[in-house]
Design a protein around this ligand. Structure first.
Ligand code: ADP
Ligand code: GN1
Ligand code: MG
Length: 355
């Protein structure tokens, strides 16, 4: 194992930490940043090497995070606490950029939602998070990743990666490519709604998977929504949909055995109860109608992003083995195709909850 203390000890020293650093090790299952658990003689911290390939404007990014966390703290909501550098900055800027948060203790993150109560609680928390963001001034936000959930644009990027096929991998995933190509006519509905105003543009989290929320390890209640890097203007159906994509599955996002991967309508219902219960006073009729579609859209969009990255040589998502992105893509396609055949049931569940 790499000597993380040796590699990152001097970086940690540049932040205002309590106590002496005794240990640094990798932590969590995020796909984007290098996340390190820093232990000192006094307490624990999360230190992240920020992914500046994915987020090219770290100033704008940290400005968003400081703004949003202050907004939440002012309302008494538990959130990430940014630990400043000794020079008084919100992050360490250099060839590589680092930031530190207090470690939020006595919490867990889940990689699957085996317990429907936990999933319902996460839905409630993401819904409430949406409500808190409603009062946040969108003009103060930098768009940290342009066109993040613009699915037609993601599809164009996918086709470009396919056309280049830099590693000659396209021949190994014909079925998956065909699935993504054949569904093109389903990709434009959310963007069209945002453009013509039938879907309201809101400040949204945009990356609401279950491991981006910390749950209390005793009560199973949500404690804090984390991974605030992608807070930007977007649609509520993105936040609802991305949670369903990840959590309403019977298996992990990178399960290799597709026989184990199914869209679980009971988990969908549990999340919808939590989420819709929280946003019932603000959700519009059109948003409610499009929640099932949002689940499908976020799932197929994520599938095409994994596939595009596999074709492009794994330059975006962190991987643990060579075809990891292809494995992830396959679970998303499986889920998206099961969702397609259950739009009616999903719609009925939402209507029942909101009636
Ligand atoms: P990425 O953008 O790579 O997904 P995250 O910010 O989501 O990075 O962090 C990765 C993981 O680290 C999270 O899923 C969570 O398990 C853990 N984590 C991040 N911040 C904290 C924190 N302040 N306290 C406790 N755990 C945290
Ligand atoms: C990434 O950062 P993380 O691991 O929470 C990605 C999401 C994807 C997700 C798929 C900034 O989320 O958009 O849906 O992986 N984040 C970014 O698991 O691209
Ligand atoms: Mg994350």
């Amino acid at each position: 194992m790499a000597d993380y203390m040796h590699e990152y000890g001097a970086i940690a020293e540049k932040f205002v930490l309590e106590g002496e650093v005794t240990d640094i090790r990798p932590y969590g299952e995020g796909h984007i940043n290098l996340t390190l658990l820093v232990t000192t003689t006094a307490k624990r911290y999360i230190m992240q090497k920020m992914n500046t390939n994915v987020f090219p404007d770290p100033d704008g990014l940290m400005n968003n995070i400081c703004g949003v966390t202050e907004h939440l703290k002012a309302r008494g909501i538990e959130t990430l606490n940014v630990v400043p550098t000794k020079a008084g900055a919100s992050y360490l800027k250099g060839q590589e950029c680092f930031r530190v948060y207090d470690f939020i203790e006595n919490t867990v993150t889940y990689q699957t939602a085996s317990d429907s109560n936990v999933f319902r609680n996460s839905g409630k928390a993401f819904g409430e998070f949406q409500n808190y963001l409603a009062a946040f001034d969108a003009s103060k936000l930098t768009e940290t990743i342009k066109r993040f959930h613009d699915t037609p644009n993601r599809f164009a990027a996918f086709k470009e990666a396919l056309q280049k096929d830099v590693l000659g991998r396209a021949k190994t995933c014909k079925e998956e490519i065909d699935f993504v190509l054949s569904h093109e006519n389903t990709y434009g509905i959310a963007m069209a709604g945002l453009q013509d105003g039938t879907l309201p543009l809101r400040v949204t989290h945009n990356d609401t998977k279950l491991n981006n929320i910390l749950m209390d390890d005793k009560t199973g209640e949500a404690r804090a929504v984390i991974d605030l890097d992608t807070i930007m203007p977007g649609s509520m159906i993105f936040d609802f949909g991305d949670s369903i994509r990840f959590g309403a599955s019977t298996a992990a996002e990178d399960e290799k055995d597709l026989d184990k991967v199914h869209f679980d309508i009971e988990l969908f219902k549990a999340y919808a109860e939590g989420y819709c219960g929280a946003v019932k006073n603000s959700i519009t009729k059109r948003e409610a109608e499009l929640l099932p579609y949002g689940a499908y859209l976020m799932t197929i969009e994520c599938g095409m992003r994994f596939l595009a990255d596999y074709l492009a040589g794994d330059t975006y998502f962190k991987i643990k083995y060579p075809d990891h992105n292809l494995v992830r893509c396959r679970t998303q396609i499986r889920l998206a195709s099961e969702m397609e055949s259950q739009f009616d049931q999903m719609g009925k569940i939402i209507a029942e909850i909101l009636k």
